[in-house]
Design a protein around this ligand. Structure first.
Ligand SMILES: NC(=O)c1ccc[n+]([C@@H]2O[C@H](COP(=O)([O-])OP(=O)(O)OC[C@H]3O[C@@H](n4cnc5c(N)ncnc54)[C@H](O)[C@@H]3O)[C@@H](O)[C@H]2O)c1
Length: 456
């Protein structure tokens, strides 16, 4: 979708005017295209004195064909080509004094970062620290990374990955995601990895080859983008939407070479119909079953709490939360239908984290999704599967295009990237969580919000 202001701010005259007036200058983000290298330039890798991940990180980058400029020390990186990414292994900190080395490495390295660059810090989880001083140093990195993300310009992002001892195998998938154009609109976030049950090897170009994916609400908007991206990555997509959206649904299913299933996910027999459908078909040339489920269908019925009738409350709660619970439970109960190493991804919302005026019903339902995902994560891990949530911020859709220009512009600019995200940004994050290699990302909530200033 066309961002007229971003186009203007990046034009010759627009650059001059926005600079003189001190107006936001949103960059054109680096987004993923198949065949693209992981990074458009070299990476600089630094390590804290007792870091345990730097060698693994360097090997991973070299495997992905990324030139590693120098293994940084407290003196900072060598001169040379400007880096496309700055990575720091900040594990092994013992107390606040160790943070001086973190600052000494990051300051000169970040200064040289290219536009659409990436800052990625790896750290130990504060909750597992041995002493309060160690927990303080670990937690300090969270404030540091969020602030770096707010300082970066030119479409660059900064994120944090927490790696508990024993979860090192899980590192590759989040590192690749955060460096790639797939994470264009994920900024100022943190993800905690856990040891995957079965480490997976995948074809990085078509990581979802042979997988069957169900996507609800796939007829339009974000759901249609999810169907396209999953299919591009190799999945056979079963696109689900209400009968009233049947024509659009068929169009998307045809476009992605998948199947359409007309189903109101709130109908009393919705779960049994979905189970029956998946049992009867042999998608992707294998026996019945499903590998990826994306609970994307969702609605809003906004009113202030004091004016909200029971119907508005119940409808939103049923579509956005109860249906996700019921369909997931039915798939778990349908012996073997949800394949081992299944990936369930639930669409929540920034409103479910920050709250939003006029959206008590919607925010409650989307917060409920987060509670559900966290509660189910251990059971999923026990099956070698994962369940995660994505929480989109301001995403540019047909709906936002029809908002009054003032409201829309404020909504779109109030984040570190100074622009709204695109449906494809949410879809790329979901496709990453669905990858075989993402088995160590479980029970997480990943915001796709450009580091929104709302409920940051
Ligand atoms: N657009 C945003 O900025 C934004 C921000 C945060 C979260 N989200 C969430 O992302 C998801 C997709 O949003 P969108 O903007 O693409 O919305 P949309 O209204 O464009 O699409 C939602 C789709 O879900 C389908 N749907 C609704 N009720 C259904 C039901 N009972 N059974 C089957 N399908 C049903 C609709 O027919 C529609 O095709 C939603 O869960 C939404 O809450 C969107």
């Amino acid at each position: 979708m066309n961002d007229w202001y971003r186009n203007f701010a990046n034009s010759g005259v627009g650059t001059t005017i926005t600079r003189q007036l001190g107006l936001p200058r949103p960059a054109v983000l680096r987004r993923y295209e198949p065949g693209q290298p992981l990074l458009p330039g070299p990476a600089v890798v630094g390590s804290a004195a007792a870091g345990r991940l730097a060698d693994r990180l360097t090997a991973l980058l070299q495997d992905a064909g990324v030139p590693v400029q120098s293994l940084g020390t407290a003196d900072g990186p060598e001169d040379g080509e400007r880096p496309a990414a700055v990575l720091l292994d900040a594990t092994g900190l013992t107390g606040p004094a160790d943070l001086a080395g973190v600052h000494a490495f990051l300051a000169p390295a970040v200064k040289r970062l290219r536009p659409s660059g990436r800052v990625l810090v790896l750290a130990d989880p504060p909750a597992e620290a041995a002493t309060p001083a160690q927990a303080a140093a670990r937690q300090a990195l969270d404030g540091l990374v969020r602030s770096v993300a707010k300082e970066l310009r030119g479409g660059s992002t900064a994120n944090l990955v927490l790696v508990p001892a024993g979860a090192e195998e899980a590192l590759a998938a989040p590192v690749r995601f955060f460096l790639s154009g797939r994470s264009a609109y994920v900024d100022g976030q943190q993800v905690t990895v856990s040891a995957p049950v079965a480490p997976a090897v995948q074809d990085e170009e078509r990581p979802l080859t042979g997988k069957v994916a169900v996507v609800t609400g796939a007829a339009r908007g974000i759901g249609a983008a999810i169907a396209r991206v999953l299919a591009r990555d190799g999945a056979h997509v079963v696109a689900v939407d209400v009968p009233a959206a049947g024509q659009a649904l068929a169009g998307i299913a045809n476009e992605v070479g998948g199947a359409a299933l007309q189903l109101d996910i709130t109908a009393a027999d919705a779960a049994s119909r979905l189970v029956e459908h998946l049992r009867e078909r042999r998608y992707a040339g294998v026996g019945p079953g499903v590998d990826i489920v994306v609970h994307n269908a969702g609605i809003t019925r906004d009113k202030l709490l004091v004016n909200m009738d029971a119907d508005r409350w119940n409808t939103v709660m049923t579509v956005n939360l109860q249906a996700q619970l019921d369909l997931t439970q039915a798939l778990l109960d349908a012996d073997g239908l949800l394949r081992p190493a299944a990936r369930v991804v639930c669409v929540s919302s920034q409103s479910g984290i920050a709250g939003n005026r006029g959206q008590t019903n919607y925010a409650a339902s989307k917060a409920g999704v987060i509670g559900m995902v966290r509660a189910w994560a251990p059971e999923f891990a026990g099956r070698g599967a994962t369940i995660n949530a994505v929480a989109p911020g301001f995403i540019v859709t047909e709906m936002t295009a029809s908002m009054p220009v003032g409201t829309r512009e404020v909504g779109a600019r109030l984040n570190s990237l100074q622009q709204g995200g695109l449906p494809v940004d949410v879809a790329e994050t979901i496709a990453w969580l669905a990858q075989p290699a993402s088995g160590g990302v479980n029970g997480q909530v990943v915001r796709v919000c450009g580091q929104s200033l709302l409920g940051a």
